[in-house]
Design a protein around this ligand. Structure first.
Ligand SMILES: [Zn+2]
Ligand SMILES: [Zn+2]
Length: 254
């Protein structure tokens, strides 16, 4: 499994983009930074998008991706998420007010946007990977994912805070080798982090105990850019041997 980090921050500043991973060229995990990082040729290769939740920083460039691809490719772009996440997209983004309803465009052939609900507790095959999901704790319906091949498993969580089902998913994730998990705010803002459904480094340390795996790599992302230095200093205090802070542009082969 090849993973490219297209965006990895919890907000946007010049050069810093919001959450988005590219897996094996054709699968996006969250869509915060696809049209601002990939050429049109690379965008045309994407067949599937897996969304953690409908907050703007995780979906913003999906709006431009379907617009870019709409009249250039015959087959639909499949967007996968639990049904409540897709309902938010339909009701609040692709509603012919904020943005066109791309589930009906173009009109003379299959529409570019196909919304594909993921049933609870049912593994699914997407882009050649086995995909399972669990809810995380967040102000809106939000999912974390286990993506597995025959040789490697990834656990990805968009926005998380203190939760149990995600870590159960991680413990059950076949061939788990890496975790991608948000850490948005510094320890001193823990109250705000809990209220807004996010982690601090100290909260992350408690959550990783639930995973119970000291051998897998922990890739931290979704830092709010205005607090990066403070968050990194707090993370260093954890002294975790396999923890890496993502900065954007990294490539992994698992
Ligand atoms: Zn977010
Ligand atoms: Zn969020």
């Amino acid at each position: 499994m090849r993973v490219r980090v297209l965006g990895c921050y919890g907000s946007r500043f010049p050069g810093l983009l919001t959450s988005c991973l590219l897996v094996n060229e054709s699968l996006l995990v969250d869509a915060g930074a696809v049209t601002s990082t990939l050429s049109l040729e690379q965008q045309l290769v994407i067949d599937d998008v897996l969304l953690s939740h409908a907050h703007l920083d995780h979906i913003v460039e999906l709006a431009f991706l379907v617009d870019n691809l709409c009249f250039l490719r015959e087959k639909p772009l499949r967007v996968w998420a639990p049904a409540p996440v897709l309902k938010s997209l339909r009701d609040h983004l692709f509603n012919n007010e904020i943005w066109p309803d791309f589930t009906r465009i173009p009109q003379n052939r299959p529409a570019i946007l196909e919304l594909k609900p993921l049933a609870p507790g049912v593994p699914c095959r997407i882009a050649g990977l086995e995909v399972r999901w669990a809810r995380t704790t967040h102000p809106v319906f939000s999912a974390g994912y286990c993506l597995s091949t025959e040789t490697a498993g990834l656990l990805y969580s968009g926005d998380t805070t203190v939760t149990e089902p995600l870590w159960q998913l991680g413990r059950d994730c076949r061939n788990l080798v890496a975790v991608f998990v948000e850490t948005s705010l510094p320890n001193r803002l823990q109250r705000i982090a809990r209220e807004s459904g996010h982690l601090t480094p100290a909260l992350l340390a408690n959550e990783l105990v639930k995973l119970g795996r000291s051998d897998v790599s922990i890739n931290v992302f979704h830092m709010k850019p205005q607090f990066v230095e403070e968050i990194v200093a707090d993370l260093e205090m954890l002294d975790h041997p396999h923890l890496q802070v993502l900065r954007g542009g990294e490539e992994f082969i698992f």
